[in-house]
Ligand binder design. Structure first.
Ligand code: ZN
Length: 164
């Protein structure tokens, strides 16, 4: 396993539609191990393969509910509702911003451990946000794309002044 550098906004791999994984072979298992190690080191609650420079549809998520999982070829099946969230991204370090996400999310993908399709449901929690955020990454979308204006992006180092 290896901790890999996380690429930042501006890198073209973050803007490409990542390729579907055709076969879950040892290289995919190794990629997922590296993604776990890189995510926990950051630390973050999710990571998509493009964030370590790999243009494949693979994500890992651990929102601290004792159910960390990797998904290959993940997709949002259904989403509904709207809620405003304060979001950040390991590829946009040092900033947070308010955006609108869904309340209910149903996602599907292949569980790399079994090779079978799984569906994951989440409602009004960090998991729902992480599913949308990470699946956006494999579609070349960053949360900053949803900001209403550049002013909506807050530098964490400026935060104390903003709060004053
Ligand atoms: Zn991100």
């Amino acid at each position: 396993m290896a901790i890999l550098p996380i690429v930042r906004a501006g890198h073209p791999v973050l803007r490409e539609k990542a390729r579907r994984v055709r076969t879950i072979d040892s290289s995919i298992h190794k990629l997922i191990e590296d993604m776990w190690e890189t995510m926990y080191d950051a630390p973050g609650v999710g990571l998509a393969a493009p964030q370590i420079g790999v243009g494949l549809r693979v994500v890992v998520i651990d929102v601290g509910d004792d159910n960390p999982f990797a998904l290959v070829n993940p997709e949002i099946v259904k989403r509904s509702g709207e809620r405003v969230l304060d979001e950040g991204c390991l590829s946009v370090p040092g900033f947070r911003g308010q955006i609108t996400r869904s309340v209910k999310v149903l996602a599907k993908g292949i569980d790399p451990a079994t090779g079978k399709e799984v569906r994951i449901k989440a409602e009004d929690n960090l998991l729902a946000e992480a599913l949308e955020h990470e699946i956006d990454h494999v579609n070349g979308i960053l949360y900053i794309d949803y900001l209403e204006s550049p002013d909506a992006l807050v530098s964490l180092s400026d935060a104390p002044e903003v709060r004053r």
